[in-house]
Design a protein around this ligand. Sequence first.
Ligand code: SF4
Length: 461
Amino acid sequence: MTKTRKLYVKSFGCQMNVYDSRRMADTLAPHGYIETGTPEDADLVILNTCHIREKAAEKVYSELGRMRRLKEAAAAENRRVLIAVAGCVAQAEGEEIVRRAPTVDLVFGPQSYHRLPGLLARAADGARAIDTEFSTDDKFAALAAPMAAATRARGACAFVTVQEGCDKFCTFCVVPYTRGAELSRPVDGIVAEIESLAEAGVREVTLIGQNVNAYHGMGPDGRVWSLANLLQRAGQVTGVERLRYTTSHPHDMDDDLIAAHRDLPKLMPQLHLPVQSGSDQILAAMNRRHTRADYLRIVERLRRSCPALALTSDFIVGFPGETEEDFAATLDLVADVGFSGAFSFKYSPRPGTPGGEMAGQIDEAIKSERLQRLQQAIDESQAKFNRSCLGRAFDVLFERRGRHAGQLVGRSPYLQPVQAIAPETLIGEIAAVTITEIGSNSLFGMLAENAQAPILATAGA
Ligand code: SF4
């Protein structure tokens, strides 16, 4: 009989890392690993790292200091704990981690985690295992069967990776180096995974990929399918009520995908479409492959296809060479598009990327000041969008209990958290909610069927 052991996975960074962490646990479940919520009682700790943010590697080394103490405490109780570093920092720093952190037993990259059981067997025999090869075998086919994914469904919403890697080589980004070239999963495996998630109660599926709209996977008919084809097929899965996809590149917003926002009722009217800058000079220096005018044209076509569409985006301020004029063009773009929200960051060089070598690096104080101005513009745009929601009725997918008695929390079609007094039987279900109040981070409302009832318990949420 397989001995039961405890697994603790700490996930850093993006949704794809969250997904990968779940699939790692799926892969290890048949080998007797069950998840625990604390590292202290784990037999195996996996740090699934992210390389996008500043000083990512240093944060991992500091976390490993904590893991070393934890491992020593366990050894004092005659318990052996294995420590693994996974994800993009592992991919980028592989040998360096082994050299600098003797406490680490395994290092493996995002393309290698389906080989985890074999790596663990080597580590259990006392050998430190490292695997940062870009895999040529099909990682997704080798991963645990879709049934395992179903058992891992936690709640009404789930991510499904459909595409990995990127061939775009934006000059600020490490993804092409850590995740490798674009790779799309075949349609059948994706549909099987969505079917098992839907059987387990998932109602909303977000198809994810580093460059998800570059999806080009093999269809069951032997042809290459686009993301639009895949979304249409995913919408046919019984139980799936809502679809989203992220993250997209403007260059890959093709006609079919734009039309899908008109033709697929299950595709939510919200799209995250990173632009990064509003200046053509900076977009060229970033190697973004689109101009400001290209981006605005795509937005216009999307809104013609789906007038209710809300857009969110990503911005980088202080990219090398960015003048005050370039930055003003970014502020103009925010005003022109009217985003419902956006993420914005100061540029910081990533090792091995061309941006770090460019002339014209911007002073930190200037970056901070520009970031503050940009965030203010984004906040105003978001507040304006949220105010436009007041009094409207939205279908809300309820996910969990709120902080107050009788309150549930769900998501609007625009991904805003919505809090409303509702029976617990609605968890995992979609119900119409009339928005009655706008908070700083959430909307508050009441079930549309109770629209005449008084507003209840929103204070302090
Ligand atoms: S398209 Fe996205 S993932 Fe690819 S290099 Fe550019 S920023 Fe990175």
